[in-house]
Write a protein that binds this ligand. Structure first.
Ligand code: EPZ
Length: 416
């Protein structure tokens, strides 16, 4: 298992380019199932999860070709509409094939994702919405056996905001008979990016990015080209790293308007931030002020930025309250940060973080994708050497992390 060895205490200086958004690329790759023609994507990040999704789609009969950041997916015919447990258990986002398979070939066999480190993460909202569109879904031996003659449009009110739930239903509705309304829909920018790709394929979608999405089903969809949006969580992660370690960094190929809540909190911490349409420049010359955050669905503060901000709070001046409202178990990084000397106490879904002058390097272990990002940030400011174990979690969602950090002057190396 690979590890990262990080020697902390240096500011970050220079420029890096942001990669395409993992959480936009994954649903958009699944949209290729909706047509027999090629879907040509640009700015696709080179990540473990993207490779896993390509493998899953390949097993169904989709032709996937990649070169650099470009990817073409052609689902000429779908031989086997099955997503097996061994793949789904490694990546929850596999559930995103369910809606497209039902819409395209009227049947699907998709393993239940099972829990994961950050919570049990059920898919009841996906199932409920698809049933409202006429699908029958039986759950047997850990699999969802779904079938539908032809999906028909429905009015669906989501019980809670679900990003992939909204995406699954939007893809299913694109080919359903009639009009579908999704209310209490997720407003994340990745949902809007998926809608842009679907519209380029011929779908009729209004309101994506708001909490009411209207989809008018069409008889068929065609191929299209689409540039995946920049990854707002990768962007926020680098910004939080500079706010913690100090320095001056330019992020190119970013989309500033998709991370307002994060930028606001970084300014509150004392960072100077300059924006223009696709670059973000951040400068931090003194110890950050403690800022409290409460995660919420977009446009609120992203749960995927919570661990990174806990690391920032660990060395900030003052006390921060970090409240996690989306997942029921997303504080594992707190225990690892304490090994580096952080002063954190957990009270229910709130972590009280009392900033300390300095952290000491130690051996720590990543538990999930964003927790490991938080540990890397803490290691960049800790005195001495930190070794982060199980960094396959990082490889799922951060393209060439150690290369990008090294380019910014950090002392990071991967130990095979
Ligand atoms: C997406 O996960 C992201 N993944 C997650 O990013 C992100 O943390 C999450 O949205 C919240 O923003 C992708 O987009 C691939 P949800 P998703 O459905 O869609 C509960 C990362 O680090 N829920 O919005 O699975 C659920 O348990 C990953 O890139 C139900 O109860 O999240 C959770 O508590 C981690 N029933 C809450 O809703 C359902 O049917 C939000 O889940 C669906 C969800």
């Amino acid at each position: 298992m690979d590890k990262l060895r990080i020697t902390g205490g240096r500011p970050l200086e220079g420029e890096v380019r942001v990669s395409g958004a993992k959480n936009a690329a994954l649903p958009i790759m699944c949209a290729s199932l909706l047509t027999a023609q090629p879907l040509k994507l640009g700015n696709v990040p080179r990540l473990m999860d993207v490779s896993t999704m390509a493998k899953l789609l390949g097993q169904m009969g989709v032709e996937v070709s990649r070169s650099e950041g470009k990817m073409t997916l052609t689902a000429r015919t779908i031989q086997d509409p099955t997503a097996s447990y061994d793949l789904v258990k490694t990546m929850r986002a596999s559930v995103l094939v369910l809606g497209p398979l039902l819409a395209r070939c009227g049947r699907a066999k998709v393993s239940l994702p099972g829990g994961c480190a950050i919570g049990q993460r059920p898919v009841d909202q996906h199932v409920k919405g698809l049933q409202a569109m006429g699908a029958t879904i039986a759950i047997e031996h850990g699999y969802m056996h779904a079938s539908a003659e032809r999906l028909r449009g429905a009015r669906i009110v989501m019980d809670l905001v679900s990003v992939t739930g909204t995406e699954n239903l939007m893809m299913a509705a694109a080919l359903a008979e009639g009009t579908t309304l999704i209310e209490n829909a997720a407003r994340e920018p990745e949902v809007a990016d998926l809608a842009r790709a679907l519209s380029a394929m011929g779908a009729k979608i209004q309101g994506a990015g708001s909490d009411v999405i209207r989809i008018e089903g069409v008889a068929s969809l065609g191929g299209a080209g689409h540039e995946v949006m920049p990854d707002r969580i990768e962007t926020g992660t680098y910004l939080a790293a500079v706010a913690a370690a100090g320095g001056k960094v330019r992020l190119a190929g970013a989309e500033p308007r998709s991370l307002d809540a994060t930028l606001e909190k970084l300014r509150e911490a004392g960072a100077k931030i300059a924006l223009n349409n696709s670059t973000i420049e951040i400068e931090m010359q003194e110890r950050p002020q403690a800022v409290s955050v409460r995660t919420a669905p977009y446009p609120g503060f992203a749960t995927d930025m919570q661990a990174q901000f806990m690391a920032l709070a660990a060395i900030a001046r003052g006390t921060a309250m970090i409240t996690e409202t989306i997942f029921e178990n997303r504080f594992m990084h707190a225990l690892e940060l304490q090994r580096l000397g952080a002063d954190i106490s957990i009270e229910g879904n709130t972590a009280v973080v009392r900033g300390v002058e300095r952290l000491q390097g130690a051996r720590v272990m990543a538990t999930d994708l964003r927790a490991s990002a938080g540990l890397v940030i803490a290691a960049l400011v800790a005195e001495g050497e930190t070794v982060v174990d199980r960094i396959y979690h990082l490889d799922r969602g951060y393209e060439a992390l150690e290369k990008k950090l090294s380019r910014l002057g950090a002392r990071v190396e991967r130990i095979r």
